[in-house]
Each structure stands twice: as structure tokens, then as C-alpha cells.
Design a protein around this ligand. Sequence first.
Ligand code: CTP
Length: 403
Amino acid sequence: MRLSGKKILLGVTGSIAAYKSAELTRLLIKEGAEIQVVMTKSAHDFVTPLTLGTLSKKPVFTEFSTPASGTWNNHVELGLWADAMLIAPASANTIAKIAAGYCDNLLLATYLSAKCRVFIAPAMDLDMFAHPTTTQNITRILSFGNCILGPESGELASGLKGAGRMVEPESIVEYLIKALSPDKELQGKKVLVSAGPTREAIDPVRFISNHSSGKMGVALAEEMQWRGAEVTLVMGPSVKAPSNGAIKLIPVVSAADMHAACMKIYADSDIAIMAAAVADFTPGNPADSKMKKTGNNLQIDLIPTTDILASMGNLKKDSQFLVGFALETDNELQNAVSKLERKNLDMIVLNSMKDSGAGFNSDTNKITIIEKNNQTTTPYDLKSKQEVATDIVDHLISCLRKS
Ligand code: CTP
């Protein structure tokens, strides 16, 4: 009963995935949550209010009032009552209306009145999801501080394959359990996370970069936010953006941009985790206009970038906790320990390129954590990047408790 005592508003909109809301309701109730379902009219075409009302043990609301019983379904009270609002499935139409601030049904009025965290699980066909309008709407909704769950890729109701499937009810419930967990060990802590690659311009159209996807840093930023921290994520051009609007995102491009952004935030941070794969070199004289072929070999003068992590290590105050990453191919432990000492870190997370499933662009990682004090070494199994983020944050919290 991991959601015992939690009051959850479940918004259901007109998408074929609404049939999954029945299972979602059942799972939330099984975890001890109190559920109030609010449906749009078009959701009735996909799942009946009777089904969701029976599973949630409460009458479902769709209209602003229920004339038969003379009751007003007070959206303001509903919005204040809830510990969390979950809109699953969220159709393209409802997403657009949320982004624009529309209020033409009970669900939208309740959303606008809600003081709690809001979780939105989009579900639509792939072209609707990929449409720039939807992409912009989702970015806008994230900027309001909401969380977007998914969608996942796979077979869609249309028979097409792609991104647009609603996240499975089991995963939504696990996400909510994490988000609503009372264990907020990092409450009041300001955390800086760096993620992704950097791009070093050769000319206006070409750059040098690496294969980092940003997934590990994003997973860490989200995990730290769930534990109560105030998180700023400085991120190079990555395949994965955070889906948690409570994370302050600072997009950067080059190592110099990342350095400038991180140094501004670091002085006021309690914890910094540098997961970015920062370029070690940058072209010394990037061309102002596109370079033309000459038929000759091209020499590019590469100059070293500033080591952001080492700069932070130099400035580190006793109250600050600094974590670095080391991606190694040989003498892994020895190199990682030397980086830990050289950059004045409290903890270093080692990935070995020799471990399959670890490192860049994969959804999994295999890490070893080395602590500054007595250089305790803890190896972990191959896990998803979300699980690895949980291990890293657990380890970090145990170090903070010891210090
Ligand atoms: N890092 C950084 N700024 C840089 C380079 C690296 O902040 N300009 C950080 C990374 O985010 C990571 C750690 O330093 O946390 C390790 O980076 P890596 O490049 O592997 O270490 P180096 O010290 O550059 O050592 P080497 O290149 O010899 O492996």
C-alpha cells in the first residue's frame, strides 16, 4: 500500500488508451490511494463512467453540476483536495488546451484550480505526437512545472508503429509512488547536474562532439528532484530532455557555455554532479563562414577546454559535495581514483567501456562508486539508467549522513 492516504485526481480524456484507465484506477486503489475520476465527454466513447466509478468506488464527474442530485461538482474544491493530479490518457486536444489555458470542461477547470503536482501521460497517434504544435505544447506544459510521462514507442491503435503509446499503468503507478514518496532526504538542498555532450564549432555548420545521449544526467536530475532537491540541469545538445518541469533546465552548446553556466550556479549549490561528457578540446579559431574544400588536407588547431569539474574542485567549500564521472577503457580503478584525487572530488562514478551495456547512448549502465574517504569501492550490477540514478543518489545520501 505505497500510496496509502494519497488523494489522486485521475483525469481521463478521449483517446483509445482510455481503456487502460480502468487498470490504472484498479492499481492506484490497490496501492491504497483515494481516487476521484474526472472524465471529458469524449472519454465516455472509450470507457464508461460506470466502469471507472465502480473501480474507484466514487461517482465519476464530467459536468460542472449533476442536476439530478442538485450537486455542483466544485472544481476549486477538487483542485485543492488532491495530493496529485494525473491525466492519463491525455489526448492531443487536452494537451493543446492545457498549454493554452482553456477551461471549457470540468477536467480543465480542475487542472487550473489544482495546487498539487500534475502528471500528464500523452496518448495519440505518432504523427499527432510528432507534430510541432504538440511538441511546443508539451514544452510549454513542462515550463509550468508539470511532469510528462512518456509516451512510449510501439504499436499504436492505428496499426502504425512509433511514439505515442500511453505509458503502461504499472509504470505510471511506480512513477507516482516515487514522486509522492515522503522520503525527501534532499529537501532544501540545491543541486547542480551537468549532462550530455558539448559541441565545439569548426565553422557555422560543423562541429566536434561525442556520443553522449544525456540520459544518465537526466535520470540523476529527476531522481534528485524526487528526493526533494531543488535541481538545476545544465545540459548540452542531448537526445533526452527531462520530463519533470520542476527541474530548472539550462541548455548549452559548447564546453565554454557549460563552464560559464555551471560556475554561475555552483557557488550557491550544496551538491554538484558532473555527468556531462565535456569536450576536452575545441577548435582554436572557428571559421566565421562555411569552410570550402581546397583539395588539400585540413589541419584544425585544437586547444584544451577548461576542466569544469576540476575548477569546481578547486573552489569547493567544506559544505559542498562534488561528484564526478570517469569513463575509462584501461586501468579503470586506478584512473578513477587518480581523477577523484586530482579534481578534489567527494565521490566518483566509474563506467568501464569494457562492460557491455555501459556507457554512451545505451539505456543501461554498470557503475562502480569510489568514495573520497578511505576510497571505499562499491561495484553495482548492470541496471537501467533510472535504477543506476537511484543507486548513485542512495550512495550520495549515505555519504552525506556520514560526513
Ligand atoms: N569534465 C568537466 N569538464 C571538462 C572535462 C571533463 O567537467 N572539460 C568532467 C566530466 O563531466 C566528468 C569528469 O570530468 O565528470 C571526467 O571527465 P574525463 O574527460 O573522463 O576526465 P579527464 O580528467 O579529462 O581525464 P582523461 O581525459 O585523461 O580521461
